[in-house]
Design a protein around this ligand. Structure first.
Ligand code: KIV
Length: 272
Protein backbone atom coordinates (compact mmCIF):
# COMPACT_ATOMS: atom_id res chain seq x y z
CA UNK A 1 0.00 0.00 0.00
CA UNK A 2 1.50 3.32 -0.98
CA UNK A 3 1.31 6.30 1.33
CA UNK A 4 -0.08 9.43 -0.33
CA UNK A 5 1.08 12.88 0.70
CA UNK A 6 -2.36 13.67 2.14
CA UNK A 7 -2.38 10.50 4.31
CA UNK A 8 0.61 11.68 6.32
CA UNK A 9 -0.39 13.07 9.69
CA UNK A 10 1.52 16.27 10.34
CA UNK A 11 3.12 16.84 13.72
CA UNK A 12 1.55 19.73 15.65
CA UNK A 13 2.34 21.41 18.97
CA UNK A 14 -0.71 19.59 20.32
CA UNK A 15 0.79 16.22 19.37
CA UNK A 16 4.14 17.16 20.92
CA UNK A 17 2.30 17.97 24.14
CA UNK A 18 0.51 14.61 23.97
CA UNK A 19 3.86 12.87 23.50
CA UNK A 20 5.12 14.39 26.73
CA UNK A 21 1.94 13.39 28.54
CA UNK A 22 2.14 9.77 27.43
CA UNK A 23 5.91 9.55 27.96
CA UNK A 24 6.88 9.22 24.29
CA UNK A 25 10.22 10.92 23.72
CA UNK A 26 10.37 13.60 21.02
CA UNK A 27 13.08 13.36 18.33
CA UNK A 28 14.45 16.59 16.92
CA UNK A 29 17.34 17.31 14.54
CA UNK A 30 18.59 20.37 12.74
CA UNK A 31 18.11 20.73 8.98
CA UNK A 32 19.16 23.49 6.63
CA UNK A 33 18.38 22.30 3.11
CA UNK A 34 15.78 20.48 1.01
CA UNK A 35 17.61 17.18 0.43
CA UNK A 36 18.59 16.60 4.06
CA UNK A 37 15.15 17.70 5.30
CA UNK A 38 13.46 15.19 2.94
CA UNK A 39 15.60 12.35 4.35
CA UNK A 40 15.10 13.32 8.00
CA UNK A 41 11.37 13.81 7.56
CA UNK A 42 10.89 10.46 5.81
CA UNK A 43 12.98 8.78 8.52
CA UNK A 44 10.47 9.92 11.13
CA UNK A 45 12.06 12.86 12.95
CA UNK A 46 9.28 14.70 14.83
CA UNK A 47 10.73 18.23 14.85
CA UNK A 48 13.18 19.81 12.42
CA UNK A 49 15.05 22.85 13.65
CA UNK A 50 16.39 25.28 11.10
CA UNK A 51 19.02 26.26 13.64
CA UNK A 52 21.24 29.29 13.48
CA UNK A 53 23.97 26.64 13.77
CA UNK A 54 23.71 26.92 9.96
CA UNK A 55 26.13 29.77 10.54
CA UNK A 56 28.70 27.19 11.71
CA UNK A 57 27.98 24.05 9.73
CA UNK A 58 26.74 25.53 6.46
CA UNK A 59 28.65 28.80 6.25
CA UNK A 60 31.80 27.95 8.21
CA UNK A 61 31.60 30.81 10.72
CA UNK A 62 33.06 30.33 14.18
CA UNK A 63 29.87 31.45 15.95
CA UNK A 64 26.15 31.69 15.24
CA UNK A 65 26.27 35.49 15.31
CA UNK A 66 26.92 36.35 11.62
CA UNK A 67 23.94 34.57 10.05
CA UNK A 68 21.27 36.98 8.81
CA UNK A 69 17.49 36.86 8.79
CA UNK A 70 17.49 36.61 4.97
CA UNK A 71 19.86 33.63 5.14
CA UNK A 72 17.71 31.90 7.79
CA UNK A 73 14.65 32.41 5.59
CA UNK A 74 16.51 30.88 2.62
CA UNK A 75 17.44 27.80 4.68
CA UNK A 76 13.95 27.53 6.19
CA UNK A 77 12.10 27.72 2.89
CA UNK A 78 14.39 25.00 1.47
CA UNK A 79 13.65 22.77 4.48
CA UNK A 80 9.91 23.36 4.31
CA UNK A 81 9.84 22.16 0.68
CA UNK A 82 11.29 18.82 1.81
CA UNK A 83 8.92 18.18 4.70
CA UNK A 84 5.59 16.37 4.82
CA UNK A 85 5.27 15.35 8.46
CA UNK A 86 7.70 17.09 10.81
CA UNK A 87 7.02 20.28 12.75
CA UNK A 88 9.51 22.89 11.50
CA UNK A 89 10.94 25.44 13.93
CA UNK A 90 13.22 28.27 12.80
CA UNK A 91 15.74 30.14 14.96
CA UNK A 92 15.43 33.91 15.11
CA UNK A 93 19.03 34.88 14.36
CA UNK A 94 21.17 37.18 16.49
CA UNK A 95 20.21 40.82 15.97
CA UNK A 96 16.71 40.08 14.65
CA UNK A 97 14.85 40.24 17.98
CA UNK A 98 17.00 41.66 20.77
CA UNK A 99 16.23 45.32 19.94
CA UNK A 100 12.57 45.40 20.92
CA UNK A 101 9.36 43.40 20.64
CA UNK A 102 8.25 45.11 17.39
CA UNK A 103 11.50 44.06 15.73
CA UNK A 104 11.03 40.52 17.11
CA UNK A 105 7.51 40.34 15.71
CA UNK A 106 8.58 41.78 12.34
CA UNK A 107 11.37 39.19 12.03
CA UNK A 108 9.00 36.38 13.03
CA UNK A 109 6.38 37.43 10.51
CA UNK A 110 9.00 37.49 7.75
CA UNK A 111 10.08 33.94 8.67
CA UNK A 112 6.52 32.63 8.83
CA UNK A 113 5.36 34.35 5.61
CA UNK A 114 8.44 33.87 3.46
CA UNK A 115 9.44 30.33 4.49
CA UNK A 116 6.18 28.66 5.54
CA UNK A 117 7.71 27.54 8.87
CA UNK A 118 5.49 26.29 11.71
CA UNK A 119 7.10 28.08 14.66
CA UNK A 120 10.15 29.99 15.85
CA UNK A 121 12.79 29.57 18.57
CA UNK A 122 14.66 32.31 20.38
CA UNK A 123 17.26 32.39 23.13
CA UNK A 124 16.72 33.82 26.60
CA UNK A 125 14.26 34.18 29.49
CA UNK A 126 12.98 37.22 31.37
CA UNK A 127 14.99 39.63 29.21
CA UNK A 128 12.96 38.71 26.09
CA UNK A 129 9.58 38.45 27.84
CA UNK A 130 7.92 41.22 25.81
CA UNK A 131 9.10 39.80 22.51
CA UNK A 132 7.85 36.33 23.37
CA UNK A 133 4.46 37.75 24.41
CA UNK A 134 4.15 39.79 21.22
CA UNK A 135 5.09 36.86 18.95
CA UNK A 136 2.68 34.55 20.75
CA UNK A 137 -0.11 37.11 20.47
CA UNK A 138 0.34 36.94 16.68
CA UNK A 139 -0.51 33.23 16.87
CA UNK A 140 3.01 31.92 16.24
CA UNK A 141 4.20 28.92 18.30
CA UNK A 142 7.34 29.80 20.25
CA UNK A 143 10.05 27.45 21.50
CA UNK A 144 12.36 28.82 24.21
CA UNK A 145 16.10 28.10 24.55
CA UNK A 146 17.90 28.25 27.91
CA UNK A 147 21.20 27.09 29.39
CA UNK A 148 24.05 27.48 26.92
CA UNK A 149 22.69 30.07 24.51
CA UNK A 150 25.30 30.34 21.71
CA UNK A 151 24.21 33.83 20.65
CA UNK A 152 25.63 35.04 24.01
CA UNK A 153 28.98 33.29 23.56
CA UNK A 154 31.00 36.47 24.04
CA UNK A 155 29.23 37.08 27.37
CA UNK A 156 29.92 33.52 28.58
CA UNK A 157 33.44 33.36 27.10
CA UNK A 158 33.32 29.55 26.64
CA UNK A 159 31.00 26.76 25.45
CA UNK A 160 31.27 24.93 28.78
CA UNK A 161 28.38 23.53 30.85
CA UNK A 162 26.00 26.22 32.16
CA UNK A 163 24.00 26.57 35.38
CA UNK A 164 26.27 24.48 37.58
CA UNK A 165 26.00 27.07 40.36
CA UNK A 166 22.79 27.50 42.37
CA UNK A 167 22.17 31.15 41.36
CA UNK A 168 22.30 30.42 37.64
CA UNK A 169 20.32 27.18 38.09
CA UNK A 170 17.57 29.07 39.93
CA UNK A 171 17.43 31.74 37.21
CA UNK A 172 17.11 28.99 34.60
CA UNK A 173 14.19 27.42 36.48
CA UNK A 174 12.51 30.83 36.89
CA UNK A 175 13.02 31.59 33.18
CA UNK A 176 11.62 28.18 32.18
CA UNK A 177 8.53 28.74 34.33
CA UNK A 178 8.10 32.22 32.86
CA UNK A 179 8.37 30.96 29.26
CA UNK A 180 5.75 28.30 30.02
CA UNK A 181 3.48 30.87 31.66
CA UNK A 182 3.79 33.18 28.65
CA UNK A 183 2.63 30.33 26.41
CA UNK A 184 5.73 28.77 24.83
CA UNK A 185 4.94 25.29 23.52
CA UNK A 186 8.38 23.85 24.35
CA UNK A 187 11.86 24.75 25.60
CA UNK A 188 15.33 23.60 24.53
CA UNK A 189 17.83 23.18 27.37
CA UNK A 190 21.42 23.18 26.15
CA UNK A 191 24.46 21.85 28.01
CA UNK A 192 23.31 21.93 31.64
CA UNK A 193 23.61 19.31 34.42
CA UNK A 194 21.25 16.33 33.95
CA UNK A 195 19.78 16.75 37.44
CA UNK A 196 18.73 20.33 36.70
CA UNK A 197 17.25 19.36 33.31
CA UNK A 198 15.31 16.54 35.02
CA UNK A 199 13.95 18.98 37.58
CA UNK A 200 12.78 21.38 34.84
CA UNK A 201 11.17 18.58 32.81
CA UNK A 202 9.36 17.27 35.89
CA UNK A 203 8.24 20.72 37.02
CA UNK A 204 7.01 22.03 33.69
CA UNK A 205 4.00 20.72 31.81
CA UNK A 206 5.36 21.60 28.33
CA UNK A 207 7.90 19.41 26.46
CA UNK A 208 11.54 20.02 27.38
CA UNK A 209 14.04 19.10 24.66
CA UNK A 210 17.65 18.55 25.67
CA UNK A 211 21.03 18.82 24.00
CA UNK A 212 23.73 17.87 26.44
CA UNK A 213 21.09 17.91 29.17
CA UNK A 214 20.94 14.18 29.96
CA UNK A 215 18.25 11.53 29.49
CA UNK A 216 15.50 12.77 31.81
CA UNK A 217 13.91 15.32 29.50
CA UNK A 218 11.04 14.90 27.03
CA UNK A 219 13.10 14.77 23.87
CA UNK A 220 16.54 15.17 22.34
CA UNK A 221 18.00 17.42 19.66
CA UNK A 222 21.35 17.22 17.87
CA UNK A 223 22.95 19.10 15.02
CA UNK A 224 22.54 16.72 12.09
CA UNK A 225 26.08 17.26 10.72
CA UNK A 226 27.45 16.25 14.13
CA UNK A 227 25.36 13.09 14.59
CA UNK A 228 26.05 11.92 11.03
CA UNK A 229 29.79 12.43 11.53
CA UNK A 230 30.19 15.01 8.76
CA UNK A 231 32.06 17.22 11.23
CA UNK A 232 35.17 15.43 12.42
CA UNK A 233 36.51 18.03 14.85
CA UNK A 234 33.46 18.65 17.07
CA UNK A 235 33.49 15.95 19.77
CA UNK A 236 31.59 17.08 22.88
CA UNK A 237 30.74 14.42 25.45
CA UNK A 238 27.01 14.68 24.77
CA UNK A 239 27.35 13.82 21.07
CA UNK A 240 26.61 10.32 19.83
CA UNK A 241 27.79 9.73 16.26
CA UNK A 242 25.42 7.52 14.29
CA UNK A 243 27.54 7.42 11.12
CA UNK A 244 30.94 8.41 9.83
CA UNK A 245 29.87 10.29 6.75
CA UNK A 246 33.12 12.22 6.69
CA UNK A 247 35.02 9.03 5.88
CA UNK A 248 32.31 7.65 3.57
CA UNK A 249 32.11 10.90 1.59
CA UNK A 250 35.88 11.37 1.43
CA UNK A 251 36.39 7.83 0.10
CA UNK A 252 33.59 8.22 -2.44
CA UNK A 253 35.00 11.50 -3.72
CA UNK A 254 38.56 10.10 -3.87
CA UNK A 255 37.19 7.17 -5.88
CA UNK A 256 35.46 9.57 -8.28
CA UNK A 257 38.63 11.67 -8.75
CA UNK A 258 40.59 8.48 -9.45
CA UNK A 259 37.99 7.29 -12.00
CA UNK A 260 38.02 10.64 -13.82
CA UNK A 261 41.82 10.78 -13.91
CA UNK A 262 42.12 7.17 -15.10
CA UNK A 263 39.36 7.75 -17.73
CA UNK A 264 37.32 4.94 -16.17
CA UNK A 265 34.41 7.38 -15.78
CA UNK A 266 32.26 7.77 -17.80
CA UNK A 267 32.11 4.41 -19.54
CA UNK A 268 30.07 3.55 -22.64
CA UNK A 269 26.88 2.88 -20.69
CA UNK A 270 27.19 6.24 -18.98
CA UNK A 271 27.39 8.16 -22.25
CA UNK A 272 24.86 9.03 -25.05
O1 KIV B 1 21.04 26.25 16.25
C1 KIV B 1 20.97 25.10 16.72
O2 KIV B 1 21.41 24.11 16.13
C2 KIV B 1 20.37 24.94 18.04
C3 KIV B 1 20.46 23.61 18.68
C4 KIV B 1 21.81 23.41 19.24
C5 KIV B 1 19.41 23.40 19.70
O3 KIV B 1 19.86 25.88 18.58
Amino acid sequence: MSIHKNDIKKITTHQLQNMKERGEKISMLTAYDFSMASILDAAGVDVLLVGDSASNVMAGHETTLPITLDQMIYHASSVIRGVQRAFVVVDLPFGSYQGNSSEALRSTIRIMKESGAHGIKLEGGAEIKESVTRILSAGVPVMGHLGLTPQSIYKFGTYSVRAKEEVEAQKLIDDALLLQELGCFSIVLEKIPSALAKRVAETLAIPIIGIGAGPDVDGQVLVVHDMLGINKEFKPRFLRRYADLHTIMTEAVQHYVQDVKSKDFPNEKEAY
